[in-house]
Design a binder for this molecule. Structure first.
Ligand SMILES: [Zn+2]
Length: 77
């Protein structure tokens, strides 16, 4: 609940998706070939991971503060 993000692209508050570039298969092949490239490939994938909106796939998301959400709820009443 607390790790929801607000997407300024579609306006939805949803659980974000974490997308990694590259593929698991390439990672496994590299690990089998030689440990070092596989290690660097894993590092590269970790460094390029990004948080996207699970609704529209936009990267234009910001973390929603649970307190702010409650404040908004109180304000509506
Ligand atoms: Zn969105």
């Amino acid at each position: 609940m607390s790790n929801k993000t607000h997407c300024s692209h579609c306006g939805s508050d949803a659980e974000p998706l974490v997308i990694r570039r590259g593929s698991v298969r390439t990672q496994i092949i590299l690990w089998f070939m030689l440990v070092l490239p596989g290690f660097f490939y894993s590092m590269w994938r970790e460094s390029t991971k990004r948080t996207v909106c699970s609704v529209c796939g936009s990267e234009d998301v910001a973390a929603v503060c649970p307190l702010e959400e409650r404040h908004r709820f109180v304000h509506h009443h």
